[in-house]
Design a protein around this ligand. Structure first.
Ligand code: SAM
Length: 266
């Protein structure tokens, strides 16, 4: 399966910012507690984007781990490199397409992570086979992604606004099924962990910022619903009207992000 996907960096950074401002729980704390990366570890972060997870591990290990972040978006890699320089970190951000052989020797890493990225892989057996190959024996793979019940309210608002059935997202529909199954087939031990974050919006504007910043991520959903800029704005207007109605009724808008973390050992 070929999934056409390009994440504009401003959309990704906007969503990260909204999670931090309006969320009830911090995914970084959850991730660190689950993985406890250690000084001296060799870590690969696949689909690193602007480097969120790579910087998190760097901070947690006080710069004492060897971290490589790989992504196929030069725009996002450039953002990551800028921050790397600015904070004086030593993370190696390099080109990596997870649909191609990883450019590393067998048994290189202690931890291979991928946050909200690898579920777009075209051939899961191939990509997770590569992750397994580059991990040391006893090394761990961590993959996070949305579970099917993720941001139900977001889809309910869109459904009410458009009257259309919402197709399942490539990420959430594959995560608990195909992706979990592929990993447990290849790795010795596989567990599924869960993280919930209630985003509470006291007004409509930040929710609409989130809606707009999801255009890139939910590309398949959106492109089936509008043609061109005018239809897009008309759709946004309808969504905003429903969001206002819900806010007037409930006094707030609550959207729950439900994230799965697959943790596997080689
Ligand atoms: C939602 S972002 C997540 C980025 C980052 N891990 C984070 O948590 O902020 C998804 C990332 O997957 C990357 N990506 C998508 N397809 C890819 C591919 N074939 N190879 C490498 N990276 C890819 C995108 O460029 C983007 O950076």
């Amino acid at each position: 399966m070929k999934i056409d996907y390009q994440e504009p960096s401003k959309d990704l950074l906007m969503r990260i910012d909204i999670h931090e401002k309006y969320g009830s729980a911090n995914i970084d704390v959850w991730t660190n507690e689950l993985l406890k990366p250690q000084a001296g570890m060799n870590i690969l972060d696949v689909g690193c984007g602007a480097g969120k997870l790579s910087f998190l591990f760097n901070e947690y290990t006080k710069g004492e781990a060897k971290i490589t972040g790989g992504d196929f978006s030069e725009e996002l890699l450039e953002k990551a490199r800028e921050k790397n320089k600015k904070i004086g970190a030593n993370i190696d951000f390099q080109f990596l397409d997870f649909n191609q052989p990883f450019n590393f020797a067998d048994n290189t890493f202690d931890l291979c992570t991928s946050a909200f990225a690898i579920y777009y892989a075209s051939d899961l057996d191939f990509t997770f086979g590569e992750a397994h190959r580059v991990l040391n024996s006893g090394g761990r793979l961590f993959v996070s992604g949305p579970l099917p019940e993720n941001k139900q309210m977001f889809y309910d608002v869109i459904k009410e606004a458009t009257g259309a059935a919402i197709p399942p997202m490539p990420g959430s529909s594959r995560f608990k099924g195909d992706i979990f199954n592929t990993i447990s087939k290849i790795f010795a031990k596989t567990e599924l962990h869960k993280f919930e974050n209630h985003l509470t919006f006291p007004e409509v504007a930040p929710f609409m910022d989130y809606v707009r910043a999801s255009l890139g991520e939910d590309r398949k959903l959106w492109t089936s619903m509008f043609n061109g800029a005018d239809e897009y704005e008309a759709l946004i207007g309808k969504i905003e009207a429903v969001a206002k109605k819900w806010l007037d009724r409930d006094g707030k808008l609550v959207m729950t992000k439900v994230v799965g973390g697959i943790l596997a050992t080689k």
